[in-house]
Design a binder for this molecule. Sequence first.
Ligand code: F0G
Length: 446
Amino acid sequence: MSVEVPFRTIIEPFRIKAVEPIPLTTRAERESLLDRAGYNLFKLHAEHVTIDLLTDSGTGAMSDRQWAALLAGDESYAGSRSYDHFETTVKRLTGFEHVFPTHQGRAAERILFEAVVKPGDVVPNNTHFDTTRANLEHVGGVALDLPRSGHPHFGGNMDLERLGQVLAGDRPVPLVMMTLTNNAVGGQPVSLENLRAVRALCDRHQVPLFVDAARFAENAWLIKRREPGYQDHTPEQIARELFGLADGCTVSAKKDGIVNIGGILATHRADWARKFEVLLILSEGFPTYGGLAGRDLEAMAVGLIEALDPDYLRYREATVAYLARGLEKAGLPIVTPPGGHAVFVDAARALPKMPKSQLPAQAIAIELYREGGVRTVEVGTLMFGAAAQHELVRIALPRRVYTASHVDWVIETAERVAARLGAIPGYRIVEEPPLLRHFTAKLQPL
Ligand code: F0G
């Protein structure tokens, strides 16, 4: 049940066949680029970013087998062979009978909620990812976050007591969801024990359970590493057990599908599947290609299985742990233990004197770019306004993209930022849109 992995005993379990140059810029150039971008990192051109850790979504590197599979894609409109490959893989992994490809995770969410949620319905989740919440609210549903904080190894768990109360209450609950791993609370995993207890509550109240399984492989791996009794299980066995506890899933395959685009909606409920199919045809496409090309389905079928390779998952966990230790040593406080796909810097602790209104997490994200061309994302007052619970900088790791030397570069950049925390300016917003302001707002240093 040890959680530590000595990184240097683990190497990238791949070698590099195609290389993509990364841009190197000078500090002076980055100063002016920041100014031109209105100190908003979403507005930087990627060609000016040396190490891009904005997200782990759609940014992974496909394997030689995935690239080979692309060429084998069958682009027939109906009944494509590539759909059969995809369907067989997803069925084998999840056990769900009805499998629909979607162009990405949020399309699966939209179809699910449009099919089964009525205005006023409540959907509990360990924590809704923001697109999940938005799609639910779009059809009049109420997104209820029930995280259970405080578990030393499974910070992504659901609060069972509150779930029990909600299910016993008067408000209609068409389904319960569990997000694996729990992205909104730092990519923390959910334990099988917790998922089983959620299933039991759902059974007692006859409510279906869906998993948002974007990071199912990372969650399975962290169960193997941290949950008693699972050391000798393979990640694939654990993943099957996770899916086996649910009635269906939504998946953004841009994470543990290790593809640049793709999603999945699957269930064993025939009645819901019929509704999904109609909505899928309406906006995504014919059910055997969904919102994708045949080649995308082939790449997904390969990626979903590659993501469960223990050597890959061990390396991934070790990389996250190595980055986390390096940031801590550099003097940047982080959220511990780190989750499966990212490390979060706690800017409120790093800059205790800076008021939230001066956007401390954004201030640190800007410095990481200024010092080393490293792009991260603020998850704090800039993103959530007054509703922000924390001031965090998410440093997400794309899959199979950066080497240990790149991670060292990020750590050295963090050291230089940490060395002059006292001199970092706060920011004020000078222009902002009415919605989702973090994508386009313009800022100025104070
Ligand atoms: N669910 C979770 C847990 C996610 O993290 C995401 C996306 C989605 C659903 C939506 O999937 O992007 O394919 O439509 N997360 C990305 C991120 C954007 O940066 O964490 P999508």
